[in-house]
Design a protein around this ligand. Sequence first.
Ligand SMILES: [Zn+2]
Length: 94
Amino acid sequence: MIQVRDDGWMIPRSSARFINHSCAPNCALDTTFTLRTLRPVATGEQLTFSYDALTIAEWRRAPECYFWDERWSFDCYCGAPNCVRRVDRYRIRP
Ligand SMILES: [Zn+2]
């Protein structure tokens, strides 16, 4: 499930449902909920996006909507230099 609005989630029915988390993702959802690459992606490279990313604008608009359920938490082994090791809350990202 992907939070797409302050109070809305969607369940991808496309291959997007298999995209894993990374603390240094190569994709992000745009304002039309289309997954876009953030940089060139090599053939065979896994597509990733950040499950915990939140913009400051989203947070300021409706902070009460961005609660984190502990059942969503997991240890992260993405290997990125900025890896948070445990994804257990939304984090403000640029
Ligand atoms: Zn990570």
